[in-house]
Design a protein around this ligand. Structure first.
Ligand SMILES: Cc1cc2nc3c(=O)[nH]c(=O)nc-3n(C[C@H](O)[C@H](O)[C@H](O)COP(=O)(O)OP(=O)(O)OC[C@H]3O[C@@H](n4cnc5c(N)ncnc54)[C@H](O)[C@@H]3O)c2cc1C
Ligand SMILES: *[C@@H]1O[C@H](CO)[C@@H](O)[C@H](O)[C@H]1NC(C)=O
Ligand SMILES: *[C@@H]1O[C@H](CO)[C@@H](O)[C@H](O)[C@H]1NC(C)=O
Length: 384
C-alpha cells in the first residue's frame, strides 16, 4: 500500500488542470494515466483537421493563458503544445501506462483504496488516498449503436475516434452516421478528399457559425440566455436560410439553453452545410437496416456503401472501476447533480470534466476541487 493525499485518475485536460491547481496550493498528489501520453484523446483519437470549436478565451486551463499571438480558434497541434507547456510549467508528472482497475471507499480507515495496474511491468499497485479525483473523461470509450444486419456489412466501419483524414476514402461511397460536430466535420473532410459522402441526421440540430457562438457566449454574460438564443437563431436563419428542406430541423430550445440543459452542443459549420445545399453531401434519416453493402434508411431510401464512419459519440467508463461512487455519479457514470454542484461527492470524492461543459467547465471544476481539498486539509490540520 502506497499512501497518497490525492489521487487523480486521467491525464487529459481535466486531470492536468486539477493537478496544476493542487500544486499552486502545495497539496501533494499523484496522477495516473492509462495511455502512454497525456491528453491521448487529442494526440491519438482526433482527426487531423480538428480545431477547438470555441474561441481561445473559453478554452483555457487554470493559471495559464494562450500566447497572445495564438489564433482565435486553436488548431489541434497548438492545443497539444499548450498542454505540453502546461505540464512543464506546473511540473506535472503523470504515471503513464497505469490503469485504475478498481476503487473502493474504506469506511473504517476513511480512505479510498485504489488498485492500479502498471502495464509496463505488469504489476498491481495499491494506493490509499484521502481524496480521489475522477478525471477519466466523458469520452472514455466509443459509443457505437448496433443496427440490424450490421454484421453483414463487408466494408470498413470505424468510430470517429479512429478517423484521421479522408485521404484513404477517395472515390469511395461513405456514410457518416451522426450529425454532431465530429460527424458534420468528417463529412466535409471526406468530400474534400474526393469521397461520395452521405450523412445520417436523426435529430434536430442548431447550425451556427463559430463567430455566432463566440458572440453568444460573450453576450450571455449581460443578457438572458433566451434573449441571446433568439438572436442567434435569427442570425443563423439569415446566414443559412431554411434548412428543413435539406433534412436539418432546429430544436425547440435555443442553442445556449439546449447546451446548458442537455449538454448537446450546436453544430459549428465548417462548410458542410454549403455542400449539403449543393447536393454534394446527401442527407439521410435514421438507419433502418443493413444488408451487405446496402443500407436502408427511414423513408425507404437505400444506397450502397463502401465504408461507414460512426460519429455517434462516447461514453464514460468510470462505473467499470469506481465503487461507492453513488453519491456523485449515476448509472451512466455522469454526475447526479446539475452544474454547478456536480463536482463533489461524499468522502473526499470529486469529478472534473464530467458536466458536458468543455474546457471552460473543466477549468471551473479543477479550481473548485483543489480549493475544497485544500480547505479540508487545513481543517484536518487545525483539529489536530
Ligand atoms: C472531437 C472533440 C472536440 C472537442 N472540442 C472541444 C472544444 O473545441 N472546446 C472545448 O471546450 N471542448 C471540446 N471538447 C470537449 C472536451 O473539452 C474534451 O473532450 C477534453 O479532452 C475533455 O478532457 P478530460 O480531461 O475531461 O477528458 P479526456 O481528454 O478524455 O481525458 C481523460 C483521460 O483519462 C484517461 N483514463 C480513462 N480511464 C482511465 C483509467 N481507468 N485509468 C487511468 N486513466 C484513465 C484517458 O486515457 C484520458 O487520457 C471536444 C471533444 C471532442 C471529442
Ligand atoms: C503510444 O501509443 C500509441 C497507440 O496507442 C502508439 O501509436 C504510439 O507509438 C505510442 N507512443 C510511444 C512513445 O510509445
Ligand atoms: C453517390 O452516393 C449516392 C447515394 O449514396 C448514390 O446514389 C450515387 O450513385 C453515388 N455516386 C457514385 C458515382 O457512386
Amino acid at each position: 500500500m502506497e499512501e497518497v493525499v490525492v489521487l487523480i485518475v486521467g491525464a487529459g485536460p481535466a486531470g492536468l488542470g486539477t493537478a496544476a491547481c493542487l500544486s499552486q496550493l502545495s497539496v501533494p498528489y499523484i496522477i495516473v494515466e492509462r495511455e502512454n501520453c497525456s491528453a491521448s484523446l487529442w494526440r491519438n483519437r482526433a482527426y487531423d483537421r480538428l480545431k477547438l470549436h470555441l474561441a481561445k478565451e473559453f478554452c483555457e486551463l487554470p493559471h495559464m493563458s494562450y500566447p497572445v499571438d495564438a489564433p482565435t480558434y486553436i488548431p489541434k497541434r497548438l492545443f497539444v503544445k499548450y498542454l505540453d507547456d502546461y505540464i512543464e510549467r506546473f511540473n506535472i508528472q503523470p504515471k503513464y501506462l497505469t490503469v485504475v482497475q478498481s476503487s473502493t471507499y474504506d469506511i473504517d480507515g476513511k480512505y479510498w483504496s485504489i488498485m492500479v495496474r502498471d502495464i509496463t511491468s505488469d504489476t498491481i499497485i495499491n494506493y490509499m488516498a484521502k481524496f480521489l479525483v475522477v478525471a477519466s473523461g466523458e469520452n472514455s470509450a466509443p459509443n457505437i449503436p448496433m443496427f440490424s444486419g450490421q454484421e453483414t456489412f463487408p466494408g470498413v466501419a470505424v468510430h470517429s475516434s479512429s478517423y484521421k483524414s479522408g485521404s484513404v476514402y477517395s472515390g469511395r461511397n461513405v456514410l457518416v452516421i451522426g450529425s454532431g460536430n465530429s460527424g458534420m466535420e468528417i463529412a466535409y473532410d471526406l468530400v474534400t478528399h474526393g469521397a461520395n459522402t452521405s450523412v445520417v441526421i436523426r435529430s434536430p440540430i442548431h447550425i451556427m457559425t463559430k463567430e455566432l457562438i463566440r458572440l453568444g457566449m460573450t453576450l450571455v454574460n449581460h443578457l438572458s440566455p433566451e434573449l441571446v438564443d433568439n438572436l442567434l437563431v435569427m442570425m443563423s436563419n439569415f446566414i443559412f436560410g431554411d434548412l428543413s428542406k435539406h433534412g436539418i430541423m432546429r430544436p425547440k430550445n435555443g442553442p445556449l439553453v439546449l447546451k446548458s440543459e442537455t449538454g448537446r452542443s450546436a453544430v459549428i459549420d465548417v462548410g458542410t452545410v454549403g455542400l449539403i445545399k449543393k447536393g454534394i453531401i446527401k442527407v439521410q434519416g435514421r438507419v433502418i437496416k443493413i444488408k451487405g453493402k446496402t443500407i436502408e434508411f427511414e423513408g425507404g431510401d437505400e444506397a450502397s456503401f463502401d465504408a461507414v464512419v460512426f460519429a455517434t459519440g462516447y461514453k464514460s467508463t468510470t462505473n467499470m472501476w469506481l465503487k461507492n461512487g453513488e453519491s456523485m455519479l449515476n448509472n451512466e457514470g455522469l454526475p447526479n447533480k446539475e452544474f454547478p454542484d456536480h463536482w463533489k461527492g461524499e468522502n473526499g470524492l470529486y469529478c472534473a470534466g464530467l458536466a458536458r461543459r468543455g474546457l471552460a467547465g473543466i477549468a471551473i471544476d479543477a479550481k473548485n476541487i483543489a480549493n475544497d481539498i485544500k480547505c479540508n486539509l487545513d481543517s484536518l490540520f487545525m483539529s489536530g
